[in-house]
Ligand binder design. Structure first.
Ligand code: SF4
Length: 332
């Protein structure tokens, strides 16, 4: 039964999607995300326990959340992840549990994730070229990620399989058509994501953005594309290849912001509620959880935060100020 205090923000947006970071650590060191030496990791007792995550999700679902996306750092490095998924998928009112992963551990985990009830997955893969993969992730694991994707194909309950590529000018351009061919020959929906200013070393500049329109036009010129209808709060523009061989998508948060229909909030691995990827403030939920506040008190904290949710990001505005955390500390 929906709680009377549904999560609706000050602009009338119904918040139905919650991203939950289950860990800040990662087994990759992507150059646009974190330094080679990593970051100061949270201590184990600073990270939310499974009981705490389940409680936050249950309270949020009672207030209108319908989708949960598990993120990190890299969520698959959190021990017992399938067990957490199994606990969440059984929460009444929750419609879907999905996962964003770098795919490195998928060959080992795919069956357990499917058995646990995972239904959707996004695998981050920014290049199909070995040397470039090593350059951007500082790891030699391309073949393992591709093998993990193939392993996923054995579990049709996890569908669609989305492959997300961060598009960076001067890095992605030469591979755009190769990714299109990858989407045409494999049962994956490849989506390009415009590069956003969430990198830990703050080297992002607007010139580094390869826009969704540019990418679309590069592909359409060779493999004609037909637009597909998208759900109102969808972040991606999805196209079908005109000859019917697969789909490809573009997530354009910078050149075509989708904040007006944003229905998302985030929980960081250390239990902070963020109402926008680019928030500069957070609401602590871990403290109240550990001080045995009631569900209603924690729900009220969620609602108060949502009522102050930012209208939009201000990347394109003069004087844009970066978020107070980098991507790996937010979870995407
Ligand atoms: S930038 Fe913030 S408001 Fe805009 S879509 Fe992302 S989370 Fe929502």
């Amino acid at each position: 039964m929906l709680h009377p205090q549904e999560l609706i923000d000050g602009f009338g947006r119904h918040i139905e999607d919650m991203r939950v970071s289950v860990i800040d650590k990662c087994n990759f060191r992507c150059t646009y995300c974190m330094p080679a030496e990593g970051l100061r990791w949270l201590k184990n007792d600073e990270v939310l326990s499974f009981d705490e995550i389940e409680r936050i999700v249950r309270i949020a679902v009672q207030r209108g959340i319908r989708q949960i996306r598990l993120t990190g750092g890299e969520p698959t490095v959190r021990a017992g992840l399938p067990e957490l998924i199994e606990r969440l998928v059984h929460l009444p009112g929750l419609q879907a549990v999905s996962l964003t992963t770098n795919g490195f551990l998928l060959r080992r985990l795919a069956k357990d994730l499917a058995d646990a009830g995972l239904t959707r997955i996004n695998v981050s893969l920014d290049t199909l070229v070995q040397q470039k993969f090593e350059h951007i992730t500082r790891r030699n694991h391309l073949s393992e990620v591709l093998a993990g994707l193939e392993e996923l194909e054995k579990y049709p309950t996890i569908s669609p399989i989305k492959v997300n590529a961060v598009a960076i000018r001067g890095f992605t351009d030469e591979e755009v058509l190769e990714f299109a061919r990858f989407a045409r020959r494999k049962p994956y929906v490849v989506r390009f994501i415009e590069f956003m200013p969430l990198d830990a070393d703050e080297s992002w500049t607007p010139e580094m953005i390869l826009t969704g329109k540019e990418l679309h036009d590069m592909i359409h010129a060779v493999y004609p594309l037909l637009p597909r209808d998208a759900a109102p709060a969808s972040t991606s523009r999805v196209y079908q290849f005109a000859d019917g061989k697969g789909e490809i998508g573009f997530i354009n948060p910078v050149s075509e912001p989708f904040c007006s229909t944003c229905n998302r909030i985030r929980i960081t691995a250390d239990g902070q509620l963020r109402t926008c990827l680019f928030s500069r403030w957070e609401t602590d939920l871990r403290g109240p959880l550990r001080e045995n506040h009631s569900d209603d008190e924690i729900g009220a904290l969620m609602l108060r935060a949502v009522q102050q949710k930012e209208m939009k990001h201000r990347i394109n505005d003069p004087g844009f100020v970066r978020a107070n955390r980098s991507m790996s500390q937010i979870g995407g």
